[in-house]
Design a protein around this ligand. Structure first.
Ligand code: C2E
Ligand code: MG
Ligand code: MG
Ligand code: MG
Length: 289
């Protein structure tokens, strides 16, 4: 490449970076405004046992944009993390989930539910993360035993001692921990036995082609066995078909989350779900339900 061409490429790269920055700062201002105006909301996706009973819900963040409609977290979470806005947003999510638990607590069909809340790396790395979480939960009056915090594997690569210490502190407070997207990161299995995870979530990428892909089957078998040996509950994400469900069940994975049961729903829609979620007659091929 001659110098002129190189300059051209550099120029284009700079323009791309510039527009990215402009986009990001626009997004930052918009997210701040959304938080101030109450435009974020949580949708709830049911978590179901092998009898089809709903035992919990994952709280999933949505941005109710006045012009653009409902925006999924994939569009803005990374920017929220990079700008630090994930800290106030993450606190809002936890407050909202706690408020929901308190509302459900005197409802006979909903009071047993747990809520799973996703935690970002930058939240976990805050020196006062533990105190902040305890304060939010205590002030809300929610039962910490009904809150599951989800971490992803990539978050475990660094500062393991700090992570263990924070996880133990919140476990002692009554909360439990789930390892999200399990199998997609590079966490050392050696760490896993020292970290107080109560639950492993099998990532949806292994569930998607489960019936046709022998590698995915081998991975799922291995993850289920690992979870059992480590005395952790397994929950499969992204279950979309009865065949996937039956495969997972036959391997000993007894908890599920996925479109087969329900997409994430508004709280009003979630509260209307029947439990058990599926009629025993409709799906009785393998004795499931
Ligand atoms: P995640 O925690 O692994 O959540 C599961 C994602 O899979 C959700 O996407 C859910 O809608 C989707 N999903 C569930 N069942 C199925 C299925 O059967 N098929 C398919 N194709 N997808 C399914 P969503 O809501 O777009 O969230 C994406 C990610 O954004 C989450 O992945 C999580 O990492 C992050 N996220 C969501 N809410 C929060 C939050 O409050 N805080 C933080 N830090 N991250 C969040
Ligand atoms: Mg999650
Ligand atoms: Mg996941
Ligand atoms: Mg994920």
């Amino acid at each position: 490449m001659n110098n002129l061409a190189a300059l051209g490429v550099l120029g284009i790269a700079l323009i791309v970076m510039q527009s990215d920055i402009t986009l990001r700062s626009g997004l930052y201002a918009d997210m701040r405004e959304a938080l101030a105006k109450g435009h974020f909301c949580l949708h709830y996706q049911p978590q179901v046992d092998a009898q089809g009973h709903i035992f919990g819900a994952e709280a999933l963040l949505r941005w109710q944009h006045p012009e653009q409609g409902l925006i999924p977290p994939g569009v803005f979470i990374t920017a929220a993390e990079e700008t630090g806005l994930i800290l106030p947003i993450g606190n809002w999510v936890l407050k909202e989930a706690c408020a929901q638990l308190v509302k459900w607590s005197d409802h006979p069909h909903l009071s047993h539910l747990s809520i799973a809340v996703n935690v970002s790396t930058s939240q976990l790395r805050q020196p006062d993360f533990v105190q902040e979480v305890q304060e939010i939960v205590t002030r809300s009056g929610a039962n910490p035993g009904q809150i599951k915090l989800e971490l992803t594997e990539s978050m475990l690569a660094n500062e393991v001692d700090d992570t263990i210490q924070k996880m133990r502190a919140l476990q002692a407070f009554g909360m439990s921990w789930s390892l999200d997207d399990f199998g997609t990161g590079y966490s050392s299995l050696n760490y896993l036995k020292h970290l107080p995870f109560e639950q492993l979530k099998i990532d949806q990428s292994f569930v998607r082609d489960l019936l046709n892909n022998e590698s995915d089957q081998a991975i799922v078998d291995t993850l289920v066995n690992l979870g059992k040996h480590l005395k952790m509950t397994l929950i499969a994400e992204g279950v979309e078909t009865i065949e996937q469900l039956e495969y997972l069940h036959s391997k000993g994975c007894m908890k599920y989350q996925g479109y087969f049961f329900s997409k994430p729903l508004t709280v009003q829609a979630f509260e209307q779900l029947p439990s058990p979620l599926l009629s025993p007659v409709a799906h009785s091929t393998s004795g499931l339900f």
